[in-house]
Design a protein around this ligand. Structure first.
Ligand SMILES: [Zn+2]
Length: 229
């Protein structure tokens, strides 16, 4: 079996099967009315690589199109919620002494616009460092799993990593995800301090610490490409 998810099967009077990857990377199968599900699944298995490649491409393209322009009212993600950007005149913000101010909205002074990307990067990084480290320390203590170093990276492809020396690193982008998803990645990497593989033993370990981890794992696979700025 493949672990490719069919998002929709549309049956009609057509004579042949066709696969479509939508602009949001969903897989739609069009099939004649009488085609059995097992026949469709066989086709998916055969076309597995093509589907995965195409979905990856679509997601990358989508991520690019999502890259922020830092205009008034634009949406930004933080801990799974969406917040609007509010551009303000400098004198309104100067009393806070911070270029990016967050309180149910992101406030950015117009004079900082040319550096907006870097400033948001700094802001996300700071939050990621604090929040994710807090979770790592909490679970590390709770389950007696010791780690060595902790760090935040700009990694685009991986959400977290655990080195041979048990140094843990997490992608800055993770701070845009809901807390239960962050917890899943944290526990995943902490479990690697004992099991340096993805064996059954490893997943059992993850499951005992976080029984509903599957949901977060799926969420990340489905929505990970949205965590960009
Ligand atoms: Zn892993």
């Amino acid at each position: 079996m493949t672990n490719i998810k069919i998002d929709q099967i549309i049956r009609s009077k057509r004579k042949t099967l066709s696969l479509e990857i939508t602009t949001d990377a969903r897989l739609i199968v069009r099939a004649p009315r009488i085609t059995s599900l097992s026949f469709i699944e066989k086709l998916i298995l055969k076309k597995q690589l093509w589907i995965q490649d195409k979905q990856k491409l679509v997601k990358e393209k989508y991520a690019q199109s999502q890259s922020k322009r830092f205009v008034h009212g634009e949406k930004f993600l933080y801990l799974g919620n969406t917040y609007h950007l509010c551009l303000v005149n400098e004198n309104t913000l100067s009393r806070f002494g911070e270029p990016v101010l967050f309180d149910e909205k992101f406030h950015l002074s117009r004079t900082y616009l040319p550096e907006a990307k870097r400033l948001f990067n700094d802001w996300y990084r700071k939050q990621a460092y604090q929040k994710i480290k807090e979770r790592v320390d909490w679970y590390s203590k709770l389950f007696g799993l010791k780690y060595n170093k902790f760090g935040i990276t700009n990694a685009q492809k991986r959400w977290g990593s655990c080195s041979a020396k048990n140094n843990l690193h997490f992608s800055l982008r993770l701070i845009m995800a809901p807390l239960n998803v962050i917890d899943y990645v944290v526990i995943h990497e902490l479990a690697h301090t004992k099991e340096k593989n993805h064996s059954k033993r490893f997943w059992n370990k993850v499951r005992t610490m976080l029984p509903d981890y599957q949901e977060s794992k799926k969420w990340l696979r489905k929505n990970g490409h949205l965590l960009v700025f």
